[in-house]
Structures are given as structure tokens and as C-alpha cells.
Design a protein around this ligand. Structure first.
Ligand SMILES: [Zn+2]
Length: 294
């Protein structure tokens, strides 16, 4: 069984629903959602993700995320980073510092450091432009990314059909470049989505990461997956960096019905957006375990 649970579902500026970060959990023998998963992957860990995780660990079925009243960070053994915005990486300094100073995880130690997965460019900039400021100097001297994480480099591909890593020897994750921010051209500033395929059934699920609507591509990416989680922006604006709800509404009806919308602003429950539950698979629910594959 593979499930997805959002720590939060909000946009970068949302205050009601934390940031849109997700936890994939896999069990070899299922269904057994009350047992700790055999394998897991955290996708992004934004600025308020520690608070979101603190809330999640008190929910039924997530006790393994709690240790002595606080977050059991060593349980998060693998982390995939979609891109470098603060609502996706802003919690990593706390996670890394807690692992090393609170739990005593060490490079080459008995209890392994968490794996951190992304493209070479993202991992280099993650350290050089973000984490280094707070983590480089510690009482033990000068540290590098590899003192806190085990970096794993993936090779994104446009269709995401080339598996880059897997969970529980069954669920293959492909990594796709997505059109989020651009320097000059689309995909020239890295932001990634995921295509997850179940080796058993051949079915797939799509997770967009932060991505704008691409008229010539979005419907292709949403065509084959049985379920999709897509970034959405509720309010129109010129040259958006997220998929506008008004753009996603132009997709065929049968496609919309399998799309769960996430990364939304705080006004989602206004009457103007009531149509979403009828046209789409709804707004993503925080702390709800979505079953992706049985
Ligand atoms: Zn972003």
C-alpha cells in the first residue's frame, strides 16, 4: 500500500493550512495503516512544516513521528526537494540541527543520516544559497551538506517515466521538470513534479510540485494517472507562476474529476469556490491519508 498525507496544503502565503508538503508512506503488506510504514518519503519541508508535523504526529496512525513529546526527526529517512522556495525548504535547518544535535545522528554513524534527493543543481544551491548560512558552523567546526544528509542526485526527464528511486521495492518515482519560475525559458529554474508508478498494477499517480498551467503539456501529464495532485492558485493574475483555477477548469470533465487541488490560498472555503468539490476531486485535505495504491 502507498499513501500520501499532506502536512499542509496551503500556498506560500497561506496562514490557515500550513505549507504544501507531503508524506508518502509505503507498506509491504497492506492494508495496515495503523502500523509504522516500511518505507517513506517526505516531499519538501517548508518554513512552517515543523509545526505541521507536530500537529500530524498527534493524529491516529502517526505516533511513530513522535518521540518524547517532540518530533521524531530520525523517522524521516528520505526527503525529496521539489525546489528552493522557503515554503518547501524552510524547515530543513531545524530538521538537520535536531537530527545532529538532538538525536546525535552522525555521518557514518550507526543510525544513518536522512537521504536528501533532488537534482544536482538543487542540492548544490540548497546548501550554498540556503542551508549553509545556518548550518555551516557548529561547535564541531565547519560542516557541509553531507554532515547532515546523504545527498542523492536524480536525473529529471520530461515525461518522468524513468524511475529514479523507489519505495518498498514496488513504487517507482520519476522526476519531471515543471514550469514554475523562469529565468528566460521554461524549466531553466529547477522545480520538479513526481510520477509514481505501482509496479504491481502499472497504475500511476501524478504530483505536480509548484507548476504553472502549460496549455500543451498539463493535459498530457494528467491523462494517464489514475489520480493527480496539482498546484492551484485561486485568484487570477497576469503571468502567474502557479496553475490558475480558471485554467485548470478548462480541462476535460473526466480529467478534472481525478485532480486533487493543493497549494491553495486561505479563501478556499468562500462560496465562490464551492464548485471545486463537484468539478474536481476537491481541495486537498491536510492530515488526511490518501490511499494511492492498495
Ligand atoms: Zn514555489
Amino acid at each position: 500500500m502507498l499513501t500520501l498525507t499532506f502536512l499542509g496544503v496551503g500556498s506560500a502565503f497561506a496562514k490557515r493550512n500550513h505549507h504544501a508538503n507531503a508524506l508518502f508512506e509505503a507498506w509491504h503488506a497492506g492494508p495496515a495503516p495503523d502500523m509504522p510504514p516500511d518505507d517513506l518519503l517526505l516531499v519538501d519541508f517548508g518554513a512552517n512544516a515543523p509545526l505541521a508535523l507536530h500537529q500530524l504526529m498527534r493524529e491516529s496512525g502517526f505516533a511513530y513521528l513522535e518521540h518524547a513529546g517532540t518530533i521524531n526527526y530520525p523517522a524521516l529517512k528520505r526527503i525529496f526537494i521539489t525546489h528552493l522556495h522557503g515554503d518547501h525548504i524552510g524547515g530543513l535547518e531545524e530538521l538537520a540541527a535536531s537530527n545532529t544535535h538532538g538525536f546525535g545522528l552522525r555521518r557514518g554513524g550507526e543510525q544513518g543520516l536522512p537521504q536528501i534527493i533532488s537534482s544536482d543543481l538543487v542540492l548544490r544551491d540548497l546548501w550554498d544559497k540556503s542551508l549553509r548560512g545556518g548550518l555551516e558552523v557548529s561547535s564541531g567546526g565547519i560542516s557541509t551538506l553531507a554532515d547532515y544528509f546523504r545527498p542523492m542526485v536524480v536525473e529529471p526527464s520530461l515525461d518522468g517515466r524513468s524511475p529514479q528511486f523507489s519505495l518498498a521495492d514496488r513504487y517507482d518515482f520519476g522526476v519531471l521538470p515543471m514550469d514554475h519560475l523562469r529565468i528566460r525559458h521554461r524549466y531553466d529554474w529547477p522545480s520538479y513534479g513526481l510520477r509514481v508508478t505501482d509496479r504491481g498494477s502499472g497504475e500511476s499517480v501524478f504530483y505536480s510540485g509548484d507548476a504553472r498551467f502549460e496549455p500543451d503539456r498539463t493535459s498530457d501529464l494528467l491523462a494517464t494517472p489514475k489520480l493527480a495532485f496539482h498546484d492551484v492558485q485561486l485568484v487570477d493574475e497576469p503571468d502567474p507562476v502557479h496553475a490558475l483555477l480558471s485554467e485548470l477548469r478548462t480541462l476535460p470533465d473526466d480529467m478534472k474529476r481525478k485532480v486533487v487541488l493543493y497549494h491553495y490560498g486561505d479563501t478556499w472555503d468562500e462560496p465562490a469556490f464551492a464548485f471545486v468539490r463537484d468539478e474536481f476531486a476537491g481541495f486537498a485535505r491536510p492530515r488526511h491519508r490518501y490511499v494511492l495504491f492498495e
